[in-house]
Ligand binder design. Structure first.
Ligand code: FPP
Length: 266
């Protein structure tokens, strides 16, 4: 049984969607079939996130490094992206979702920009949930771009070097306009960050699952959020001066909660 507390939701969830290729190979299919099935998982999880009431969802859809993949795989991913944006346009607009994108968007082909840009525009005033696609994205590249911007402003006298602070960098990171990620999920069994939201990850809770992305279901999202909420509660106890629990000691029972509990999965 999975319970998700309505009042302690992570505000911003990031997902590293990994395992499409292996999902296909396990079935003797081409890797692109895994991406096709992965697109269905994207639709499913965006709906689940909206219904749950998350404020922001950031999906690592295409990294700056992914351009080095075989041309037909890159082409298929671009077509899938376009198809996703076309097929979800009404869903996004009808439900007050703001569609955003971060990354080196100038590298994206016209077939993607042609649907991405109008949808970003048309949904710009929405505020139910912000869905950000990280496209041609790299965390180090994002940090370097902001550093360049600040260096330029210092060089032309519009900013003083002493005003370059952790906060001034943070404020200029496009990926953190919706706030730092509270929870980052990675599917596909690997335990690494792969250049995703590097600057914002400072205090994020990390959740790794062996589920391959095309198999990632609503229940897996709820499970990740439940695990985040358990960790949050423990952190709160220590913060209030509770004696830290030794690693050998059994985990104390969670304090009684007055929160509304949403039973999401039976
Ligand atoms: C990683 O799996 C996944 C990607 C590089 C792309 C993610 C793309 C999608 C989920 C589909 C299209 C996106 C949208 C937003 C509609 P992998 O190929 O590295 O898997 P592997 O580790 O098993 O090889």
């Amino acid at each position: 049984m999975v319970f998700v507390e309505a009042r302690n939701l992570p505000s911003h969830v990031g997902i590293i969607m990994d395992g499409n290729g292996r999902w296909a190979q396990l079935r003797g299919q081409e890797r692109v079939e895994g991406h096709r099935e992965g697109s269905k998982a994207v639709r499913r999880i965006v709906r689940a996130a909206r219904r749950l009431g998350l404020r922001a969802l950031t999906l690592y859809a295409f990294s700056e490094q992914n351009w080095a993949r075989p041309e037909d795989e890159v082409d298929t991913l671009m077509v899938l992206l376009r198809d996703f944006l076309l097929s979800e346009r009404d869903e996004i607009l009808d439900h007050g979702i703001r569609l955003n994108a971060v990354g080196n968007l100038g590298r994206l082909p016209g077939l993607v920009r042609g649907v991405l840009d109008p949808l970003r525009n048309d949904s710009a005033s929405h505020h139910e949930m912000t869905l950000t696609l990280a496209l041609s994205y790299g965390g180090r590249e994002e940090i370097a771009a902001v550093a360049r911007e600040l260096a330029t402003e210092c060089a032309n006298g519009r900013m003083r070097p002493e005003d370059v602070t952790a906060e001034s960098l943070r404020g200029r990171m496009p990926s953190l306009a919706v706030g730092d990620p509270d929870l980052v999920i990675r599917t596909g069994g690997e335990r690494r960050i792969s250049n995703f939201l590097l600057y914002g990850l400072a205090y994020a809770e990390l959740h790794f699952t062996d589920a391959l992305w095309p198999d990632f279901a609503e229940a897996d999202l709820y499970e990740a959020i439940e695990s985040y909420q358990r960790r949050e509660r423990r952190f709160g106890l220590v913060g209030k001066g509770a004696v830290p629990v030794s690693p050998e000691a059994p985990t104390p029972p969670a304090p009684p909660s007055e929160a509304t509990r949403l039973r999401l999965v039976g």
